[in-house]
Design a protein around this ligand. Structure first.
Ligand code: GLA
Length: 385
């Protein structure tokens, strides 16, 4: 059953009635451009087929009641006074969006309350942004139910605010923009300084290529310290370099300030500067249909994330190495790192070889082999019913 059917069924059994509507939003895979978004930089994500659905209905008893097919129990809290700190479990994602939309509109949005039933196909902790999928589906639902008429950029901002303030993960805008604005068969070039989004047609199938996602099985959490520390290091490096953000830094400026930066800040900044350049080199290659040329850029991104940004883990390095050895054109960790998934760009005729090589690597480490999943660039968040 699709996430949408499961969310609708869960709503009916929990609330003994039909919801006013059903909305869904996808997870995302970032082709290239990692840890650039909160540095005002560039990224090139696309929406994946796996989605999170929410069935929703306004209430009139002043309660916010949330259930999820993936979690036990039910969250029931007061609509009045919803604020950071009042919900501390997983419901901080959807209820954080309601709070953020109240901030954005200056109104007590759905003050009478809300019933929400959630189901998801996006694996949590796999670096595929299950959180943004939930936030984006919820934001669309509330926008419709309350007649807010906010645009998708404003809804993305609300999702990010929810994550930053209610959940306490200091993430950028990449995931929410990808979930709300992607197009099928295209990647989305993001300029995270002004929020501009430009679809870039991909044509993976026509080029005989597949993107396989391999889950390392190492769960990551962005509200743990590593992500926030990287972000703070980037801000510190920008300050030493005398630029507004690392988006404005150059390799020449970086070399000139090497001693003042010290080794760690130097390497963090080098990752961001070179990663932005890799995104900007990727776009024309895609435009010219030279998708096979993306491989080295993707692998260079991994090396930079591993060595300069230090957000990889041995399991991800092993997947990348195994995939490249079995004929992948490029491979890298995706998302925030510290676990999660790797993406591999593979000629279609080599996908079985890559899967077998990854399985052998995991077997040699005494771990269960992950099953690589092929992902196609898919549709953005939408109302389903
Ligand atoms: C996570 C965050 C994003 C982005 C990536 C790294 O997915 O939610 O904002 O920073 O990590 O590129």
């Amino acid at each position: 059953m699709s996430a949408g059917s499961r969310a609708a069924a869960l709503f009916e059994t929990t609330f003994a009635g039909a919801p006013e509507g059903l909305w869904s939003a996808p997870g995302r895979l970032n082709l290239i451009g990692e840890h650039t978004d909160y540095n005002d930089g560039f990224a090139l994500p696309f929406a994946i087929p796996q989605r999170t659905a929410v069935a929703a209905d306004p209430r009139s008893d002043g309660r916010l009641v949330v259930v999820s097919a993936e979690r036990p129990g039910l969250v029931d809290t007061a609509s009045a006074g919803l604020a950071p700190g009042t919900v501390t479990d997983w419901s901080a994602y959807p209820l954080g969006v309601l709070w953020a939309l109240r901030q954005a509109s200056g109104e007590e949005v759905l003050g009478g309350g809300l019933s929400l039933a959630i189901a998801s196909d996006v694996p949590p902790g796999a670096g595929l942004s299950s959180s943004a999928a939930l936030e984006s589906a919820t934001a669309l639902a509330i926008n419709d139910l309350a007649g807010l008429r906010l645009n998708r950029h404003q809804l993305a901002a609300a999702g990010r605010l929810a994550e930053n303030r209610m959940v306490g993960a200091p993430t950028g805008i990449l995931d929410q923009l990808a979930s709300l604005l992607s197009r099928p068969d295209a990647a989305l070039l993001l300029d995270c300084r002004d929020g501009e989004t430009t679809p870039v047609d991909l044509g993976l199938a026509a080029a005989g290529l597949a993107v396989l996602v391999v889950d390392s099985g190492v769960q990551h959490r962005l509200s743990d310290g590593g992500y926030a520390q990287r972000r703070a290091q980037c801000e510190a490096a920008a300050e030493v370099l005398g630029v507004r953000s690392l988006r404005d830094a150059t390799l020449a400026g970086l070399e000139a300030a090497r001693e003042r930066l010290g080794d760690v800040l130097y390497r963090r900044a080098r990752h961001v500067i070179t990663e932005n350049a890799r995104v900007l080199s990727t776009v024309p290659l895609v435009g010219q249909g030279e998708l096979r040329e993306l491989g080295p850029l993707i692998t260079a991104s991994h090396v930079s994330l591993r060595d300069d940004f230090e957000v990889s883990v041995p399991e991800l390095d092993a997947i990348v190495e195994a995939a490249l050895g079995a004929g992948a054109l490029g491979a890298r960790l995706v998302g925030g790192g510290f676990g999660g998934s790797a993406l591999t760009l593979v000629p279609r005729e080599r996908t079985d070889d890559v899967a077998a090589a990854v399985a052998r690597t995991f077997a040699a480490r005494g771990a269960a082999a992950p099953t690589p999943v092929e992902v196609h660039p898919s549709a953005a968040a939408r109302r389903e019913a």
